[in-house]
Design a protein around this ligand. Structure first.
Ligand code: 0RQ
Length: 505
């Protein structure tokens, strides 16, 4: 493999992952690259995990804080969490081992909005960032970095870390060069400037990450693919959800409330959000754009079909096949795709200005439109809020999509009162299930409840929800948002005790 370390004076820093991992000390905070299984370091985290095990075996304490862009992969989150040496984790994860550690209470998980983390670190609220471990595609002759398949928080980590370890991954296509747009003028208040972007395809930065070469202590060469999981095949439920959503968009166009090429689309993580994109492929929409945080298979298919002209994001979140295709054809996709720092891809100012149509998954919603995206039965963390809050709060239309039930019907996704709130009733415009779509805009709470139950709840849970509303109306201390607080979480309690929300099963 020919070296992709262009700058000659940096080649002396090339070493093994094991040697590079020795720059990380007990107690350090480590900023790693990686966002939804793309662009994460492949070798140093595994070597660090081995080192932590050795230290623990020798009876010495060793723990680190792990900061990333978003979720990563088993070689990073899984490997490190297994050692028991992850002290804190932020901002978003979806790894089963990490999730188990968070839920047993041994990892302190700080579930921060994705657009907030970079500024919080720059402002110094989270303590010192000791080491950055960043995957890149190559280092140029003059010491700049060609980013890989995600940017995430890499610019923040490079700016803020005391020491920098780079992984130069020759699996990543050299044709990614030119796809990125790295904004470099971040300032803290009161010196922040307006972000000069009015369309999703605008470029406001440069295609490279600049870095103080003096801080680079190690360079590790790798040749390993991103670890992305395939999406579930589309089923009748996800197709029905996509169908209702697209019908809604068509209706909004016919009423003159959306332009015929729509407004920039954001699509959240997960199977349902990907299914919605697949639905757009068969729709009659043309000239679409996207201002989102991850580019999924569905979006690549829309580009291939000529329906999506621009997709702006911070990372890929592709199936293994689509990732291979992206790598082989990056020079072509570069014309339609821009990858940016997550501070920009998820920036409230831009999401609001562009008028993004947001579409995110959820765990449960309640009859008034509050949404829980993160917690199972109130206490157990699933993944995290990710970017859903950045988009839901600031979108032009904020949609949430979900099957109406989970776990074979034992759980209703529409409940009297969510067991945890990530997005409040004030931020939810539209809820879609396979049953139908509730457009909540402009409706007072009791009207919302009626519509959500009628359009979104599964028929087996509808009578129970109607009964709750009727009872709440009788016992509540006010008729604006009536609740029966003694019984608002009865369904969740029943699931925990009996394994189903449905009584008498
Ligand atoms: O469990 O994995 O054991 O089968 O949750 O559910 O239906 O496959 O849905 O893949 O679309 O994910 C909210 C988790 C939905 C995701 C969530 C169980 C269900 C299944 C997954 P299994 P589905 P999806 C910006 C956007 C927050 C971050 C975000 C998410 C598993 O969309 O993480 O939006 N969102 N980011 O069985 C108990 C319920 C349940 C339930 C579903 N009510 N109770 N379990 N499940 N509903 C992008 C980024 O931030 C990067």
């Amino acid at each position: 493999m020919t070296s992709r370390v262009g700058k000659a004076s940096l080649r002396s820093k090339i070493m093994s992952a094991q040697e590079a991992a020795t720059f990380i000390k007990d107690g350090d905070n480590v900023g790693m690259s990686g966002f939804t299984g793309a662009g994460y370091p492949k070798a140093v985290p595994v070597a660090l995990a081995a080192r932590i095990r050795e230290e623990h075996a020798a009876g010495r304490p060793f723990s680190v804080g792990v900061w990333t862009g978003a979720s990563t992969a088993p070689e990073l989150d899984g490997a490190l969490a297994e050692t028991g040496g992850v002290r804190t984790r932020l901002p978003y994860q979806s790894d089963p081992v990490t999730r188990a550690r968070i839920n047993e209470g041994t990892i302190d998980y700080n579930d921060i909005h994705l657009s907030h983390l970079g500024p919080l670190v720059r402002e110094g609220f989270l303590g010192n960032l000791d080491v950055a471990v960043i995957e890149v595609t190559a280092i140029t002759d003059d010491g700049r970095l060609i980013p890989s398949s995600s940017i995430g928080n890499n610019k923040v980590w490079l700016d803020e870390a005391d020491k920098i370890v780079l992984e130069v991954n020759s699996w990543q296509s050299m044709d990614l060069e030119g796809m990125h747009d790295v904004y470099e003028k971040f300032a803290l208040p009161p010196y922040r400037q307006p972000l000069q972007m009015t369309r999703p395809g605008d470029r406001i930065g440069q295609p490279y990450l600049s870095v103080d070469n003096e801080k680079i202590v190690a360079i590790v060469e790798t040749e390993q693919s991103d670890r992305n999981t395939p999406f579930k095949p589309l089923d009748e439920t996800s197709k029905a959800i996509a169908g209702h959503f697209i019908e809604f968009l068509e209706h909004e166009v016919s009423r003159g409330r959306l332009p015929k090429e729509l407004l920039p689309l954001q699509s959240g993580v997960g199977n349902i959000a990907n299914a919605v994109l697949a639905g757009l492929l068969d729709s009659k929409f043309e000239g679409l754009t996207s201002y989102t945080e991850v580019i999924q298979d569905g979006m690549v298919e829309l580009i291939d079909a000529g329906k999506l002209t621009v997709a702006s994001a911070t990372a890929f979140s592709l199936s293994p096949d689509a990732a291979e295709q992206m790598n082989n054809d990056a020079a072509r996709y570069r014309r339609n795709i821009i990858l940016r720092p997550q501070e920009i891809s998820n920036h409230p100012e831009l999401i609001r200005r562009l008028g993004v149509i947001a579409c995110n998954g959820l765990i449960e919603a309640d009859i008034y439109g509050n949404v829980n995206s993160t917690h199972i039965m109130g206490s157990r963390m699933q993944n995290g809020i990710g970017g859903s809050g950045d988009f839901a709060r600031n979108a032009y239309i904020s949609c949430f999509v979900t099957p109406s039930t989970a776990k074979g019907g034992a759980i209703s996704a529409i409940v009297p009162f969510v067991s945890h709130v990530d997005h409040t009733e004030h931020d939810t415009s539209v809820i879609v299930t396979e049953q139908g779509l509730a457009d909540l805009r402009g409706l007072a709470p009791r009207k919302r409840a009626k519509l959500i139950i009628e359009k979104c709840a599964h028929p087996t849970y509808r009578p129970m929800l109607e009964e709750y509303v009727e009872r709440a109306g009788k016992v509540a201390n006010g008729q604006h948002t009536p609740h029966d607080l003694m019984r608002a979480h009865e369904w969740h309690q029943r699931f925990i005790a009996e394994g189903t929300m449905m009584p008498g099963r």
